[in-house]
Design a protein around this ligand. Structure first.
Ligand code: TYM
Length: 338
């Protein structure tokens, strides 16, 4: 079996911890929706990843529905994509165990996200947080996914997925798991914090002013962009002028991603513009693009039973793909099964 014999298939996931922010939308969901229809697409709410750090059970259930609502409000169509939550398909955990026995401790020690999240107190981090990349590899390889759209911060984990696939194939003398490609494209694969352009926008930053939440109302979105930190210089005449200006570059990239264009085109539209011109234009654009999504998210979240029904049906479709792949993995490894 050669690499080319794998059917093109997309898998990606989002953790339901702490609500969705603009980086999740521009770096992930918007791009996921764009890939829909061109090939088989499988999108997951990775609730088992969320519990690698403490989650209040009620918040976790609501957070899972909120991420599902975000996917749906942004245009994910359950008739075109499989949408489900990870814990409903137990094969993820089962394959992750096998991968725990394939991946090496040295590989996990190199994961920058573990170092960032565990911080200086790694001894107190959960074992799950350490093994997290192995579960992520299982998410992807359980579907023989060939492409994984993610933001820049997940690149190392997708590369590790390839290492796990390669070692499994080599150790067992098979060509069973594909070499998955990370898909990291477009202007917003690393949306930065609005208060510090050298830090990634995330759900867990200290101040709410540093991120746009997908459920922020129009006034809040406009206020946050208008108060975003910048340097005093106006926009440059060409994109090269953004290279050493992280805050300015971030706002231009966000504009480009929201408007489905490129940073070059944004600079061509606003050459030399001052912040008094550009920030209100960005705020208006963001409100025009995001407000309908947050309204729709709220509408979906008002009907949790409907979300649960969609996730349950998605899980059934996911299981139909995952079960034979897990069974074949057991056979390859020599685990007896019914
Ligand atoms: P998570 O939940 O942290 O983020 C979900 C997706 O959003 C992207 N993202 C960003 N993109 C651009 N700029 C930002 N500031 C930003 N913040 C977040 C992430 O890169 C990601 O694509 N480990 C993953 C979840 C996961 C997964 C998977 C992904 C579990 N299994 C299998 C792909 C395939 C995570 O924690 O993403």
């Amino acid at each position: 079996m050669t690499q080319t014999s794998f059917t093109p298939r997309v898998f990606s996931g989002i953790k339901p911890s702490g609500g969705l922010q603009l980086g999740n939308y521009l770096g992930a969901i918007k791009r996921f929706v764009g890939m829909q229809g061109s090939m088989e697409t499988i999108y997951c709410v990775v609730d088992m990843h969320a519990i690698t750090v403490w989650q209040d059970p009620k918040d976790l259930a609501n957070g899972t529905r909120e991420v599902a609502a975000g996917y749906l409000a942004a245009g994910l169509d359950p008739a075109k994509s499989i949408l489900f939550n990870q814990s409903r398909v137990s094969a993820h955990a089962e394959l992750a165990w096998i991968f725990n026995c394939v991946a090496r401790v040295g590989w996990m020690n190199r994961m920058t996200q573990f170092k960032d999240k565990a911080g200086s107190n790694a001894e107190k981090a959960s074992l799950g947080l350490y093994a997290y990349p192995s579960l992520m590899a299982a998410d992807i390889l359980l579907y023989h996914a060939t492409q994984v759209p993610v933001g820049e911060d997940q690149k190392q984990h997708v590369e590790l997925t390839r290492d796990i696939a390669a070692k499994f194939n080599h150790d067992y003398g098979v060509n069973f798991f594909p070499m998955t490609e990370p898909v990291i494209d477009g202007p917003a694969t690393r949306v930065m914090n609005l208060r510090d352009g050298t830090k990634k926008m995330s759900k867990s930053g200290e101040s709410d002013m540093e991120r746009i939440n997908m459920l922020d109302d129009a006034d809040t979105i406009a206020k946050k962009f208008k108060k975003a930190k910048t340097d005093p210089e106006p926009l440059p005449e060409t994109v090269e002028g953004l290279a050493t200006r992280p805050e300015a570059r971030n706002l231009v990239e966000i504009y480009a991603a929201l408007d489905d264009t490129t940073p070059e085109a944004v600079i061509a539209q606003y050459p030399g513009a001052g912040w008094g011109t550009f920030k209100p234009a960005l705020a208006d654009l963001a409100v025009a693009k995001l407000a309908p999504i947050s309204t729709d998210m709220a509408r979906f979240m008002a009907d949790p039973a409907e979300i649960d029904r969609i996730l349950s049906q998605g899980a059934e479709k996911a299981r139909a793909i995952a079960t034979p792949i897990l069974q074949k993995t057991y056979d390859i490894v020599g685990l007896l099964r019914d």
